[in-house]
Design a protein around this ligand. Structure first.
Ligand SMILES: C[S@@+](CC[C@H](N)C(=O)[O-])C[C@H]1O[C@@H](n2cnc3c(N)ncnc32)[C@H](O)[C@@H]1O
Length: 265
């Protein structure tokens, strides 16, 4: 595995205790409903009534602190989560216990860039979902391993639903303050490396310093790697989660935030 991918894994492990305070404001239930809407409209998932009779098996790949797990379970899916960060997984277990106290959680630690580590899940899932731009967090050298892992987990005909970003106009540069409590703030500084087409994000607060890297692979490269791992692009749209009435539209030259649905062939 590339050292920079490893660096991101270490970053998320140390950032995990702060993650809910920094990113906890998203309406994860609404986001899941939006993804479900497109899956239903495109005929990629059974209706809610059918899902209640037989729940499709869904893996949240890189589930982090588990913010999306309960919403998928509520929508009629049999949910499993996987992440590399043990601290993220502890938060996910607590969150699951809070919202679904009578159901045991299924949460596992694995590195999605090491397909052999999840070999026992071969063909086990109807859906894999990855929220919050997982492909951008992986060094391009390790993308084939990520696609291999996802492909291995899916049964033939299953789908991987994943959001990701590209850079078109707005370079991800600048500074922003994030409150993690009434008194503690984190400063995020984003810088773009034009040569390697990567964004380096540094975080600094009273007790925390960390650095994560985002890469922006070309869509054609992603789709080529996908096909090499039996994943065929079924649908790609621009995703605008804040436009609740119409969160999707066709991809345009200016589209930066995408939702891709790959099918296992
Ligand atoms: C931006 S967070 C997103 C968490 C969650 N999906 C969400 O949207 O709230 C990225 C997560 O991906 C996990 N991750 C990154 N690379 C991974 C890998 N190779 N294998 C497993 N987990 C990974 C990190 O540990 C972290 O929890």
């Amino acid at each position: 595995m590339n050292a920079a991918t490893r660096g991101n894994l270490d970053f998320y492990e140390s950032f995990a205790p702060l993650y809910p305070a920094v990113y906890g404001l998203f309406d994860t239930g609404e986001m899941v409903m939006q993804w479900l809407r497109i899956l239903e409209d495109e005929g990629f998932v059974a209706s809610k009534a059918k899902r209640n009779e037989q729940s499709p098996h869904l893996l949240d790949a890189a589930c982090g602190p588990g913010n999306f797990l309960a919403a998928w379970a509520e929508a009629g899916f049999d949910v499993t989560g996987v992440d590399f960060s043990s601290t993220m997984l502890r938060l996910a277990a607590d969150e699951w216990k809070r919202v679904r106290p009578n159901q045991p959680s299924r949460l596992f630690q694995a590195n999605l860039c090491e397909p052999d580590s999840i070999a026992e899940w071969r063909g086990s899932f109807d859906f894999v979902v990855s929220h919050s731009h997982l492909p951008n967090l992986i060094h391009p050298e390790d993308l084939p391993a990520l696609f291999q892992s996802v492909s291995n987990c899916l049964r033939i005909g299953g789908s991987w639903v994943v959001d990701h970003s590209r850079i078109v106009a707005t370079l991800p540069v600048g500074q922003e303050q994030h409150s993690v409590s009434s008194t503690i703030k984190l400063l995020r500084i984003s810088d773009f490396d034009e040569v390697q087409r990567r964004c380096i994000q540094s975080w600094a607060g009273p007790d925390f310093r960390g650095r994560e890297v985002y890469w922006f692979p070309e869509l054609t490269d992603l789709d080529t790697i996908a096909l090499q791992h039996q994943l065929k692009l079924r649908r790609r749209v621009e995703w605008l989660p804040n436009r609740q009435a119409e969160p999707f539209r066709e991809v345009q030259a200016s589209t930066e935030r995408l939702l891709s649905i790959y099918g296992k062939v």
